[in-house]
Design a protein around this ligand. Sequence first.
Ligand code: GMT
Length: 385
Amino acid sequence: MNIAVLCHPSAGGSGVVATELALALVGLGHRVHMIATQIPFRLNAMRLPDLELPSLENNFAPLEGEVMFHEIQNANYPLFDQPLTSLAAVNTLVSVIEEHNIDLVHAHYAIPHATSALLARDMVGGQVKVVTTLHGTDVTLVGLEPSFLRTTRYAIEASDAVTAVSTYLADHTNTVMGAKKQIDVVYNWVDTERFQPISDNTYRRRFARDDESLIVHASNFREIKRPKDVIRVFANILKHQKARLIMIGDGPERLPTLELAKSMGIAKNVHFIGSFPNVEMIFGVADLLLLPSSKESFGLVALEAMACGVPVISSNAGGLPEVVLHGQTGFALPIGDVAGMSEAAVQALEQLPQMRVAARERAVKEFHPNVILPRYIEVYEQSLQ
Ligand code: GMT
C-alpha cells in the first residue's frame, strides 16, 4: 500500500505512535509518507528531506525501506492573525497523494489532521480513504471545546474508518461526542527489543547509587499529568528508603513542580532532565514509573516502562487500567490518591522481582508489534474494500 501519515511532530504520544507505525509499515514493504510541520520526534533525522522541487515525481524518488518525510509548507499573510497550518497541510497532502499514488491517509488526532485529510480526500475526488486514529486529548479535551465539538464530530463520522487506542476511549468518544460511528480498538504497541531491561550496573550508576531505588516519571508536564503528585509520592517513598527521581520531559508545570520539590526539601534527590528521546536508556535501569495523570486514554509511557521490566504506579484514569494490571504489573489507584500511590510504590518496591517479570511479560504478550500491527493492516484493508 501507499500510505500517507499526518501527525503532530512533537514529543507527545500520538506523534510517537504515528512514527513507530510508519517505520513498522515500511518494514513490511509498504510505502509510507509522513507529513508534519517538522520532522517527527522519533523519526531518524537522517532521512532524506523533501526538497521543494516543481515535481517530486521527476526529481525525487523514495528509497526502498525508508519513511519519506514531507514538511508542511506554511505561509503567512498579514490578513491572517495566525498561520493557517491545517489548510497548508491539505495542500501538502494533496500533492503527496497525487505524486505518490496514495491509497490511504492515516490521520493521527481528530483535529486538525482528520479534517485536513477529509478535505484533501474531497479535493482528489475521493480517490483515497481516510483512517483516523483517536489518541485521547483530541476527544477528551480539545474535541469537547465548544469551538471544536462539531468539527471533531464531523471528522470522526466522515472518516472511512476510526480507531481508538483503548476501549475506554472508543466507548467514551461516541458518548461525549454524540457521534454514531464504529470505532475499532487498536492498542498502542511497544518495540520490546528497543524497550527492555538493561542489566548493566555501571550504566545504572550514572543515575542512582546502588543502595537507592531509581524512580522515573516522563510526560509533557501539563496539569493533567499531575507532576506535583509525583513529587508528593516520591517524598513519601523517601520516608521508607533511599531513592532518586528522574523527571523526563518539559512543559508548563515543570518549574512549579521543581519549586514544590525544593519547598519539600527533597530537590537534591530529584533530577529534571528535560526532553529526552531515548527514554529506554533510563527506563531500562529504573525500578518504578510514576504516572498519576487525571486523563490518560492509554499511557504509552506506562507500556514502555513495563516493557523495560518496570512496574507502574499510576492513576486509574481513562485507559490506564487496560495497560497497568492492578496488583500484577503495578498499581492503578484513584486520581489524586497520593497516600494510596505512596503505599503502593513501597509495596511494589518490596515485590520488585515478581512485578518486573509480570510487567515485561504483559508488554511482550499483549502489546508486541506482531500482535498490534495486523490489527491496523486489517482496518486499512477493510477501508480499502
Ligand atoms: O498525553 C499527552 O498529553 C499527549 C497525547 C498526544 O496526543 O500525543 O497523548 C495521548 O496519546 C497517547 C498515544 O496514543 C496516549 O498514550 C496518551 O494516553 C494520550 N494522552 C491523553 O489521553 C492525556
